[in-house]
Design a protein around this ligand. Structure first.
Ligand code: FES
Length: 96
């Protein structure tokens, strides 16, 4: 679905749902997941419908994930970091 441009950027790895994902330094979490073929980043609170990143610029909030135990993180605005633990967000998370 998505294809990376060839670059010489360093590769780093993080986990998503317990699976190792290889990303490029400078990727957002959303870009790294889409490049890895992961499109189901969260599930809606009411029906559990799967959602994927849409705007990739912080407007739609379709990319909410849990990062290192903290929910409601916008994957499209969060730079990926080595060792980061990312999980799909299921339903609504509390504030704070
Ligand atoms: S993809 Fe729209 S806010 Fe992240």
């Amino acid at each position: 679905m998505f294809r990376r441009l060839e670059t010489a950027d360093a590769e780093i790895s993080f986990s998503y749902e317990g699976l190792e994902i290889v990303a490029r330094a400078g990727d957002s979490v959303a870009a790294a997941l889409l490049a890895a073929g992961e499109t189901r980043l969260r599930e809606t609170p009411v029906s559990g419908a799967p959602r994927a990143p849409y705007c990739m610029m912080g407007v739609c909030f379709e990319c909410l994930v849990e990062i290192d135990g903290v929910g409601n993180r916008q994957a499209c605005l969060t730079p990926v970091a080595a060792g980061m633990r990312v999980r799909r967000q299921r339903g609504a998370r509390g504030v704070g």
